[in-house]
Design a protein around this ligand. Sequence first.
Ligand code: ARG
Length: 581
Amino acid sequence: MLPHRQLEQRLREAVSAVLPECAPDDLASVVVRPCAEARFGDYQCVALMALAKPRKLNPRRLAEDVLRRLNVSDLCDAAEVAGAGFLNFRLRPATRATALAAAAAAPAGPLFFEPANPPRTIIVDFSSPNVAKAMHVGHIRSTILGDCLARLLRRLGHRVITDNHLGDWGTQFGMLIVGWKRDLNADALRADPLAEMERLYKKINAECEANPATLEAARQELVKLQSGDPENLRIWQEMTALSRAQFDAIYARLGVKFDHTLGESFYNPRLPGVVEALRDRGIARESDGALVVFFEDNPELKDHPAIVRKRDGGFNYTTTDLATVAYRIETWQPDEIIYVTDGRQQLHFKQVFAICRRWLPQTARVRLTHVWFGSILGEDGKPFRTRSGETVKLADLLDEAEERAYRVVSEKNPELSEPERRTVARVVGIGAVKYADLLSNRQSDYVFSWDKMLALSGNTAPYLQYAYARIRSIFRKGNEAPSSAPAPTSLELSAPEEIALGQHLLNFGFALEAAAADARPNFICNYLYELAGRFAQFYENCPVLKAQGAVRASRLTLCDLTARVLAQGLDVLGIEVLERM
Ligand code: ARG
């Protein structure tokens, strides 16, 4: 068991000895986390203060009582009460060394974290672009962040189900079908299907505004589609298939996979039933010809009723999302459903979640989470656009990332062969785009800067990828396979840089768990950046290949563990590493 877990276990025992009435939830809140500053110790527990308060106990006194009942001398050199009533712990060097050696000896096991127990079933709804439209940079954040959350939760041992909720149904298809029938340019469609469909949509949309007859035609095509007209269905299917092929090409470049792609259309047959149930249960009522859910007793939503059936009888985004929640609960019995979209959909999800609480009693035990993010801005602080002022297409953005990375790599490492440089450029370019996105606080807008994200120093993907490749080169130089040297049963960490690096390695799980708890991968980015920094200090001060015997073996093990944590951390972020760059 990891030392901090052992500490927690014993802390809980001591707390229940001091506070015998302590409820399981209270006990579960007794956790340790890494000390912000090493001079205070390795781990800190601040939970006792929260336990003292409702019991009107003096927090320092409580901490002292708990400490008196706590026996951790086999794990820690020091355990002391500090500040207003927290506890600080400093590990014994042997505890740290043994924990590191245990991880080194189990290459396939979880690295410095303990798998979630019990695992939860979590659905992640992300990416979800709209058919007949090119995926733009707005979808990049959902795709990158959603994929990262899915990887992270899976890595922690949860059962994760990913679902791409494609926007493949809705009123836009009326206009698209009018355009397709009147105006389709087959050559243009072949050359760039999404561009041609966008052209058709824009053209008919403009015509609809100017000419009521076109609007009526679009409405009729939509009704025909919805009632199953074979020709319109065929056109719709073709539009969907063409769009999906383009999306899939981008997912392949990004290394993103989905377990399911159930688009909005999948739920279409269920919508009348949803609306009927809402009406029968008195949750929705007629208002002005529409069927509406009011939230009178919800201060936040009271001025924002949700329409679930429009006056013309049509259903909308809300109706579809309600049907989707019901389907997911029925099919997968999830513990949580996570939606990853931009911040402008906050109201929508608040409405959907509030309706679900009233409509589906099962949702009481299902956590519904909206993980939202801000926009991408250009370096001028305005929405990120091409020089000619258009929204940036994701495919073009990825091309440019690879091209720029190619230039960086060719400069840095001209002796690599052309195909090698192309591979490095792909891994570095895509990695840089993903990392820059994940590094920013997701709820603030983030400024897209090629130079910053591709820099070889600083908190960037290329910096971390180089750190990894550099460690691998140590093994090549020393002619050592990381696994060839039998992992020592304990490590010898004596230099301060070795201790700092070793301790930071042990803290990997904290970064993963904090990132999962808050859906904030930036915690992982910052952890990895610090890891690379501590490694650099270690490598500067502690010779590895020139060292002898047990010290050499121990340092090689530290190198190997660092490389593994870097690779695994980057993998959670959806970023690849290379053996040489
Ligand atoms: N298609 C939507 C958009 O592009 C995102 C869908 C998000 N998922 C959901 N279940 N509503 O804005």
